[in-house]
Design a protein around this ligand. Structure first.
Ligand code: FAD
Length: 327
């Protein structure tokens, strides 16, 4: 019988996140390459609507992992419930989106089954029939090939942006949805979730902007931000930033790009005085064209840039602005 690849989707208050779709794309591609069955599981309290959404996306089966104790996320609850599903399905591979929640419970789940986990992968490939995962190391300065030792199930999570959510395949007819009868007791859950933080209302939705002019610490002082703002306006784009700019309060948090900010995929991303730390790059590497200006020729941002200019932003921003004003 063909092996099973199990994708664990993540929902919060009935909303799926984009990374779940990206992980599903990884699962679809892996299942096609390995001739495997594809199963999707959604933990929560009542996930029937989300299960139907997934059933249309060409899996072989969808699993509702439901229990009253899974209404609010806890690592104990999720790990215990999914352990039961993994034992029942016996998948070869269990895939997750590499979210904060997954970082919290997935290693515990893998360990409870005596298995390891490869976290935060950016790609996979098959080498002589062996599945190899690629993950970044040393702040993205190098990449390592990692593979599993021992028998399956194997556990792996994918970094945001590693796969494109818009490449998700649809099936001709919906896949069957099954509910697993999860056995959970209140005493198994050792943490008590409090109210979720209410996210601040966003003034601007950078995910929809086709052009982003993004500034980093190279901008040096808040008095210099209008330079970039003017350029963004002339290009018909929005202003974005790396984390230190928002931490300093020079721009609001909703303009921060990266692992703890927004993930964007504009047509053009202009990175001005941004070094290209991995936590920033995961939020913008999906841009169609990346142009970077940095005075350090060795800045890691040049590794993801389509066009790189080694130079001083205080010379180049005014020069670009002047040219655009002539148009
Ligand atoms: C848990 C965690 C989460 C994080 N989340 C995020 C996140 O969501 N987003 C994010 O951005 N960061 C995040 N970070 C921080 C991240 O690690 C980096 O510290 C940050 O991205 C660096 O910002 P920067 O590139 O603006 O600054 P720096 O690393 O200081 O780089 C400034 C760059 O500007 C260049 N420069 C200086 N002057 C000029 C000039 N005149 N002309 C041209 N170039 C110039 C320099 O050569 C340098 O490359 C996170 C870190 C952690 C630990």
């Amino acid at each position: 019988m063909a092996e099973t690849i199990l994708v664990i989707a993540e929902q919060r208050q009935g909303q799926l996140n984009r990374q779940s779709w990206e992980t599903l794309v990884a699962g679809q591609q892996l299942a096609a390459a390995r001739g495997a069955r594809l199963a999707i599981a959604i933990p929560g309290k009542d996930v029937s609507a989300l299960a139907s959404e997934f059933a249309a996306k060409k899996p072989d089966e969808v699993w509702r992992v439901e229990h009253g104790l899974l209404e609010r996320y806890t690592s104990d609850g999720y790990a215990a419930a999914l352990e039961q599903l993994v034992k029942q399905l016996q998948p070869a591979l269990v895939l997750f989106p590499h979210t904060y929640q997954v970082r919290d419970f997935a290693p515990k789940l893998a360990a409870s089954l005596g298995k390891g986990m490869i976290g935060d992968c950016i790609a996979y490939r098959h080498e002589n029939g062996r599945l190899v995962f690629v993950r970044q190391m040393f702040q993205g300065k190098t990449a390592a090939d990692v593979t599993f030792a021992g028998a399956p199930p194997w556990f792996a999570s994918f970094q945001a942006g590693a796969f494109r959510a818009d490449q998700v395949a649809r099936g001709a007819s919906p896949a069957p949805i099954t509910a697993i009868a999860v056995d959970l007791k209140p005493e198994q859950i050792r943490t008590k979730p409090l109210e979720l933080f209410r996210e601040a209302k966003q003034a601007v939705d950078l995910t929809q902007a086709p052009i982003l002019v993004s500034i980093g610490r190279g901008i040096k002082a808040p008095e210099n931000i209008p330079l970039a703002e003017k350029l963004a306006k002339l290009l018909g784009g929005e202003l974005a930033a790396s984390r230190p700019i928002c931490d300093e309060g020079w721009l609001p948090m909703d303009r921060q790009i990266g692992s703890s900010g927004q993930t964007v995929a504009p047509k053009l991303y202009l990175a001005l005085g941004i070094s290209g730390a991995i936590q920033h790059v995961v939020g913008m590497k999906g841009a169609r064209t990346i142009v970077a200006i940095n005075k350090d020729a060795n800045a890691p941002i040049f590794e993801v840039a389509d066009y790189g200019i080694v130079g001083d932003i205080f010379e180049l921003i005014p020069a670009l602005t002047e040219e655009l004003e002539k148009k």
